[in-house]
Design a protein around this ligand. Structure first.
Ligand SMILES: NC(=O)c1ccc[n+]([C@@H]2O[C@H](COP(=O)([O-])OP(=O)(O)OC[C@H]3O[C@@H](n4cnc5c(N)ncnc54)[C@H](OP(=O)(O)O)[C@@H]3O)[C@@H](O)[C@H]2O)c1
Length: 350
């Protein structure tokens, strides 16, 4: 008997993953079904244990199919989709884990999945699936933080964006979210200053940052303030443990909007937001899935990225490291992700 589809199932928040048969998805209006060639792994997939899973996605129905980052070939096209056709090579943001979707048919970790066309990007012929698949959640989270009006509210990236006088600070720029934030902010015309470990400074510069500082350096806040003298700070993206207190210290003293968007919200973030307000700093918490529900997702995934990837203005980063083949290789990859990576995206071919 041929199996129509196969998925990496999570039967309950307490369960371990298992590979098993799954229904072959059918595209709804505005959706495409993709034959998955590669998936990338993210910290949100690596959350383990009942309490943590319930905390991060309390709404999720089980059995669930996790995963957000998919590259593959379009095999079915739903009503109303005009931008994509069967046979197209694409990368897209799988939203099965999102509260508004909560659907196993839309999770990444399976052979066939369903993507919303508006957050799916047509790939140039010379860009491989394993390279491209590093993009979706990193792009979506960075775009949410930079461009949504409830976050930094910056101008969107466009083909011929004029250089702007203002600077964006990306703290944690060698992360997946940060690598995309640097490039998206540059694509919108902003100057970027960043932090990362010294061994990743060349990478972050190559993505477009004008200056990069070591976030572990005791003097990093003063160093950033010195580099921002005479400039306007349009906004700050705070990524990684410990990023919020130090980015608030920069934002309160630099000339600029005083806006800080945190990709690392913790239970303490709400208290920090209140404490930052009298200092003239506005802290917001990012949820990486929100662009799939507003105009930022289509602006970046459908309108900006296809041309920017084709002409080399945008490059998938951090680089992919293929760690195995087949859905059964995902759990070991998640284990490795929990141990920590540096400027690498773990990828599994399917
Ligand atoms: N809010 C959301 O919806 C959302 C969505 C996606 C991710 N996130 C969060 O955003 C963070 C980054 O996720 P990711 O997938 O982009 O991570 P990632 O690529 O797996 O992160 C690895 C990188 O983290 C950097 N790093 C480690 N500790 C750091 C610190 N204290 N400060 C700054 N950078 C640090 C390391 O940089 P160096 O090697 O250069 O030191 C390394 O390159 C995670 O905390 C993740 O949970 C949130």
């Amino acid at each position: 008997m041929s199996v129509e589809n196969e998925a990496l199932w999570l039967d309950s928040p307490r369960a371990t993953f298992r590979v098993g048969p799954a229904p072959r998805p059918r595209p709804g209006p505005g959706e495409v079904v993709v034959r998955v060639a590669a998936v990338a792994l993210n910290p949100v997939d690596a959350v383990s244990g009942f309490a943590r899973r319930r905390f991060v996605y309390p709404w999720l129905s089980y059995p669930a199919v996790l995963g957000t980052d998919v590259a593959g070939e379009v095999v079915d096209v739903g009503d109303g989709v005009t931008s994509l056709a069967a046979g197209d090579r694409v990368v897209g943001f799988a939203t099965g884990q999102e509260r508004f979707r909560d659907s196993a048919a839309h999770g990444a970790f399976q052979r066939f999945t369903t993507l919303a066309a508006e957050v799916t990007t047509l790939l140039p012929a010379d860009l491989g699936f394993t390279d491209a698949v590093v993009l979706p959640l990193g792009v979506s989270t960075a775009a949410a933080g930079l461009f949504q009006p409830d976050q930094l509210g910056l101008a969107l990236p466009t083909a011929g964006a004029e250089k702007r006088g203002e600077t964006v600070l990306v703290w944690g720029a060698s992360t997946s979210v940060g690598s995309n934030a640097v490039q998206l902010a540059r694509g919108a015309g902003y100057r970027v200053v960043a932090t990362a470990s010294p061994h990743n400074h060349d990478l972050v510069r190559s993505l477009g940052a004008a200056e990069v500082f070591d976030y572990r350096e005791r003097t990093v806040v003063q160093d950033l303030l010195r580099s921002l003298q005479g400039r306007t700070l349009a906004g700050t993206l705070a990524i990684g443990a410990g990023s919020l207190s130090r980015t608030v210290a920069v934002a309160r003293r630099a000339d600029g909007t005083g806006r800080v968007a945190s990709a690392y919200p913790t239970p303490a973030t709400a208290a920090r937001r209140l404490a930052a307000r009298p200092l003239g700093v506005h802290v917001s918490a990012i949820w990486g899935g929100t662009p799939a529900q507003n105009s930022v997702g289509p602006a970046v995934f459908s309108r900006f990225l296809p041309a920017a990837l084709t002409d080399g203005r945008y490059r998938p980063a951090p680089p992919a490291e293929v760690i195995g083949h087949g859905l059964a290789a995902v759990p070991a990859g998640l284990e490795r992700l929990r141990a920590g990576v540096s400027a690498r995206k773990l990828v599994v071919t399917v």
